[in-house]
Design a protein around this ligand. Structure first.
Ligand code: NAG
Ligand code: NAG
Ligand code: NAG
Ligand code: NAG
Ligand code: NAG
Ligand code: NAG
Ligand code: NAG
Ligand code: NAG
Ligand code: NAG
Ligand code: NAG
Ligand code: NAG
Ligand code: NAG
Length: 578
């Protein structure tokens, strides 16, 4: 750690203040330094011989009082000394991004001068101290204690006498017990509360509705239960309402929801909400993000969704919605970038109006009951990068590929589990797909051979053809797909020998720099794996459950980077190569 500490002396300010700091303040600062377990690099520049107003990270006002201490990302270790509380003019303290441990001294929490206290991204622990009774009124405006190791209940009395409190970020700790709600009683300007990534439990306190200035309320990734209280919707300044991954249940009441006219981001994903999306959602004219994924909601998509003309993301995956998508006029949603309707019961065809969403980047309609042939208009979606329409009842794979080859931005295409009774097209005219990186045409008894047109997809990294009825040999040109690192041909009727050419697949033999680009939507493999970064998919060769014969090529040892190999359930013979 010591290695990374900047020699602060090099960063000294050249300006000399009118007055220098007083002895007592200097000694408080030196006391703070003394309690850091890590001294080299910090104590050297903070020399006793110098005016402490010139010390790096220290700011004084014109009369020489220390008003700000900002020592961020300095690899500081040790505890925070209560002596900082003796700086009688200190307004701002920023010690974020260090490795400070121990507790947060109550002298700082209840300081009579500090307005902004930021100790985020440290290893502070213990419970938050109750304030000292002697301080009548505290000027604290913003408290950031996020990303530490604090535990215990969040104190409620602490917020009395903080009339100017506007922001609390306590996210990413281990706080437990009930969500505190008394802030707004003391401060009418309370605007931002982030309690996500903790262990808060119980229900959402109704009195949060009294927070008339509250703009941001985030408490995702906790253990909250119960319904959204009616009173919550009295907090009509809310722009950001976010409770994902809790155990909230009940309905999203239309009459209440429409009161939140300023809402920009609504995230209630990963709960057990039921009922419909209320029609009044259309009155949330500023809505940009709607996340109701992974709930138990039912009914049709309300046509009023078409009134949310600023919407960018609609994530409704893993619910029990049904009905036709035609109800929504996507023509009104020109800003839409991501539409995720994965699972489970939407019916009908893809609405034509969707092809007017020229900013659409990711579209997932997998796991529903949609049918029909793909419209050539999909090539209007010039920004479309991610398309997943697997597991529906779409027909005419030849037609679909002929159309999609013109979608020049596509990198991810999942169309498997459709096309009942059809054959894998061998049409030479299928080319294009200049940027395709992941292709899945799996899981639906497609007959035919592994088609030659695949050999033109030079950018392909992942190919999923498993669980079809493909026959014939594994073509030697597989190795020409120089980016391919994940190949699943399992559960087919492929015959012949394992081609030696497969043992030359460049991505499996040579360690090339990994590409860290991400899927536009998380990709699920089975029920337990979720992938966001393309290169985290395993380097894999799965040829299992086919009718391959002959010996395993000796050259298999060349595939040094292979992480998963499955040749099981074939008719291979001979020895397993050393
Ligand atoms: C500097 O801060 C001290 C302590 O708050 C205060 O008494 C003094 O008036 C301030 N001086 C100026 C010039 O603001
Ligand atoms: C504290 O410093 C960090 C790093 O420079 C900065 O990102 C953060 O905004 C600062 N905190 C406050 C409250 O200004
Ligand atoms: C801590 O929160 C404050 C208030 O929201 C913010 O200004 C500051 O940038 C945050 N600090 C960091 C390191 O992000
Ligand atoms: C709270 O802090 C975390 C980092 O600890 C940050 O990711 C989050 O955006 C902050 N919340 C708000 C509302 O600024
Ligand atoms: C939580 O805090 C840890 C440690 O500071 C950090 O690595 C992590 O990114 C934080 N997580 C979130 C969601 O802010
Ligand atoms: C707050 O909400 C409750 C329940 O929805 C309602 O009865 C009450 O009148 C509201 N209070 C204010 C001040 O709007
Ligand atoms: C949607 O907007 C149209 C036209 O502005 C309006 O007639 C209709 O009542 C709105 N529907 C909802 C549910 O807000
Ligand atoms: C989901 O909703 C159905 C009724 O629509 C209900 O029978 C079922 O118990 C709910 N599941 C959960 C986990 O709440
Ligand atoms: C799908 O929706 C139809 C009505 O549109 C309903 O009859 C059927 O039971 C639903 N299927 C599932 C699996 O939920
Ligand atoms: C399938 O698509 C092809 C190419 O667009 C077309 O020629 C053919 O008629 C279609 N087949 C059916 C059954 O619609
Ligand atoms: C594969 O690459 C080899 C050269 O390495 C070339 O001769 C052959 O024609 C290519 N095959 C296909 C199907 O593109
Ligand atoms: C496997 O191949 C053998 C001969 O190569 C053939 O007799 C047999 O029918 C094939 N089995 C299947 C399931 O295709």
């Amino acid at each position: 750690m010591a290695f990374f500490v900047l020699p602060l002396v090099l960063l000294l300010s050249m300006a000399s203040p009118a007055t220098s700091c007083n002895k007592q303040e200097k000694s408080s600062l030196l006391q703070f330094l003394a309690e850091l377990s890590h001294e080299d690099g910090v104590t050297v520049p903070w020399r006793d011989s110098m005016d402490c107003c010139e010390w790096e990270g220290v700011t004084c006002n014109a009369s020489g009082a220390v008003i700000e201490v900002s020592l961020t990302s300095r690899s500081l270790e040790g505890t925070i000394s209560p002596s900082l509380g003796k700086l009688t003019g200190l307004l701002r303290l920023n010690l974020s991004y260090n490795s400070l441990s121990g507790d947060l001294p109550s002298e700082l929490m209840s300081s009579g001068t500090i307005t902004v206290l930021d100790v985020s991204f440290n290893r502070l622990s213990g419970v938050l101290q109750e304030p000292l009774p002697s301080i009548p009124e505290r000027p604290l405006q913003a408290l950031n204690i996020s990303s530490n190791l604090f535990t215990g209940e969040f104190p409620s009395t602490i917020w009395e006498n903080t009339r100017n409190l506007g922001v609390i970020n306590a996210s990413n700790n281990s706080f437990e017990g009930w969500i505190p709600s008394s802030f707004c009683i003391s401060s009418s300007s309370f605007a931002v509360l982030d309690l996500s990534y903790n262990q808060f439990s119980g229900s959402i306190p109704p009195c949060i509705g009294n927070c008339s200035a509250l703009r941001v309320l985030k408490a995702g990734q906790n253990n909250l239960s119960g319904p959204l209280p009616d009173e919550l919707f009295n907090a009509t300044s809310l722009q950001y309402l976010s409770f994902p991954d809790n155990s909230l249940h009940g309905l999203l009441d239309g009459a209440h929801l429409m009161k939140l006219k300023n809402l920009v981001n609504l995230d209630l994903g990963g709960n057990t909400l039921n009922g419909k999306i209320p029609n009044s959602i259309g009155q949330l004219k500023r809505l940009e993000e709607l996340h109701l994924d992974n709930n138990n909601m039912t009914g049709e998509l309300p046509s009023a969704l078409s009134n949310c003309t600023y919407i960018i993301t609609i994530d409704l995956k893993n619910n029990n919605f049904s009905g036709e998508l035609q109800k929504v006029n996507f023509f009104n949603l020109p800003n839409l970038k991501a539409l995720d309707l994965l699972y489970k019961n939407f019916t009908g065809t893809i609405p034509e109006s969707i092809y007017s969403c020229s900013n659409l980047v990711a579209l997932r309609l997998s796991g529903n009951n949609l049918h029909g042939q793909l419209s050539p208009k999909i090539s209007n979606l010039k920004s479309l990068i991610f398309l997943s329409i697997c597991d529906n009842k779409f027909t005419n794979i030849t037609n679909m590929l002929q159309i999609l080859k013109n979608c020049k931005s596509l990198t991810t295409l999942f169309i498997g589990a459709n096309f009942k009774g059809e054959a894998m097209p061998e049409d030479e005219m299928i080319d294009g797909f200049q940027n395709l990186r992941a292709l899945s045409i799996s899981e639906r008894s497609l007959s035919g051979k592994i088609p030659l047109w695949l050999s033109k997809l030079k950018t392909l990294e992942m190919l999923f053809l498993q669980r079809n009825q493909l026959s014939g040999p594994i073509p030697a040109w597989m190795k020409n797909l120089t980016s391919l690192f994940h190949l699943d041909l399992s559960y087919n009727n492929l015959a012949g020998e394992i081609p030696i050419a497969l043992m030359e697949m460049p991505m499996l033999t040579t360690d090339l720099t990994a590409n860290h680009s991400v899927f536009e939507l998380p990709v699920y493999l089975g029920h337990s794996f979720q992938y966001r970064i393309i290169s985290t998919f395993p380097k894999m060769l799965d040829l299992s459950h086919n009718n391959l014969t002959g010996a395993t090529p000796q050259e298999i040892g060349q595939l040094k980077l292979l992480a998963k190999l499955n040749f099981s359930f074939n008719s291979l013979s001979g020895e397993i190569p050393k």
